[in-house]
Write a protein that binds this ligand. Structure first.
Ligand code: SAM
Ligand code: SF4
Length: 331
């Protein structure tokens, strides 16, 4: 068998999350400051050719899935062409995308035609126009809702990402679940993390996995579903509902044991874990002329240092507490 990416805990890496840009057209409160976010100089971002090479080598080591994220992936010029380019990789099975949906309605027919593009995660934290504006600091709720409806009717699998924000949208948890009655959509509630460009969260109440589940159970009888082992969410069905509900314990980190993921940031930093502070600069390595063989050797050795879980990764950080924006890491 060809060489595979296996960490020191025996976990096989099959999934890479690649953030294609750190730029974004929204300014979500929990992700970015309103003004003055530092964006990387354009020349420091990986080019699409460099990303293609990284993904190609990873797939030769057993990775079969890529998630494209950002920043907002669709703000990067020629992103659709990049999807076409990635589709040429015969070893890649699935291309997933995470998007805020504000500018993608017109691209949906093209996405539907791309065989490997199968799953879209749409981030939407409120179903109320005014509140959506307060959270994202941009008045684009109608555009995002239109994208939601079009995606729901499309051939793509749709998941909604809802970051649960104390004092902002917790009163809408049941409204989001109500959507799953008639619509075949997976609504996933995400624990808020301090990746917001400033660190410290001004949290009034801690909406963790347990509290979110309790809130759901006030109105709905849920039944735990069997999910893929490496799933980032615990998923539930509700009798008579077409869709499903999930909770992503992003901050309490109870899913790390089965993690099969690595990350590459927009500037080419390799990360073994969301909570580490970057392990290796792939961009400089590539630009210094590394061969694909050298890249392979590098990946095989880097994953050996994958920490047991996000708490260990956080404790090992050299550059201080978690405070960078998710837009610079890729969510
Ligand atoms: N711009 C795209 C979007 O919003 O879907 C892709 C990038 S965004 C960083 C990816 C995901 O990370 C989104 O679902 C977003 O809600 C989530 N996210 C960002 N900051 C977060 C935080 N501090 N805590 C939890 N989730 C966060
Ligand atoms: Fe942009 Fe996504 Fe961050 Fe919101 S969560 S600011 S849409 S990168």
């Amino acid at each position: 068998m060809s060489q595979q990416l296996i960490d020191s805990f025996g976990r096989q890496i099959k999934y890479v999350r690649l953030a294609v840009t750190d730029r974004c057209n929204l300014r979500c409160q929990y992700c970015m400051p309103a003004h003055g976010i530092e964006i990387a100089p354009r020349a420091d971002l990986l080019t699409f050719k460099e990303m293609y090479r990284i993904v190609r080598v990873l797939t030769e080591l057993g990775v079969t899935k890529v998630r494209l994220t950002g920043g907002e992936p669709f703000v990067r010029k020629d992103f659709i062409k990049f999807l076409e380019m990635l589709s040429f990789n015969d070893l890649l099975e699935t291309i997933n995308i995470t998007t805020n949906g504000a500018m993608i309605a017109k691209h949906i027919p093209v996405l539907e035609q791309m065989e490997k593009v199968q799953n879209i995660n749409l981030s939407i934290d409120s179903l109320q126009k005014e509140k959506f504006f307060q959270i994202t600091r941009r008045d684009v709720f109608p555009e995002v809702y239109e994208t939601f409806e079009l995606l729901e009717q499309s051939s793509l699998n749709l998941k909604l990402n809802v970051v649960v924000q104390a004092g902002f949208n917790t009163d809408e948890i049941v409204d989001f679940i109500a959507l799953t009655k008639e619509k075949n959509v997976a609504v996933r509630f995400i624990e808020e993390m301090p990746f917001n460009g400033k660190g410290q969260r001004d949290i009034q109440e801690n909406w963790n996995y347990t509290k979110i589940l309790e809130e759901i159970q006030t109105q709905f009888q849920v039944k735990q579903m069997v999910s893929e082992k490496s799933s980032t969410s615990r998923n539930f069905s509700i009798g008579g509902h077409q869709g499903s509900v999930g909770i992503i314990p992003a901050f309490t980190r109870t899913i790390c044991n089965d993690c099969n993921r690595i990350r590459v940031t927009p500037t080419g930093t390799f990360k073994n874990c969301l909570f580490d502070d970057g392990v290796f600069n792939l961009r400089d390595f590539l630009r210094a002329g590394a061969s694909n063989e050298e890249l392979k050797e590098l990946f095989l050795s880097l994953v050996k240092d994958k920490p047991a879980n996000g708490f260990v990764a956080e404790a090992n950080r050299k550059q201080g507490n978690v405070s960078e924006s998710m837009s610079t890491i890729g969510g």
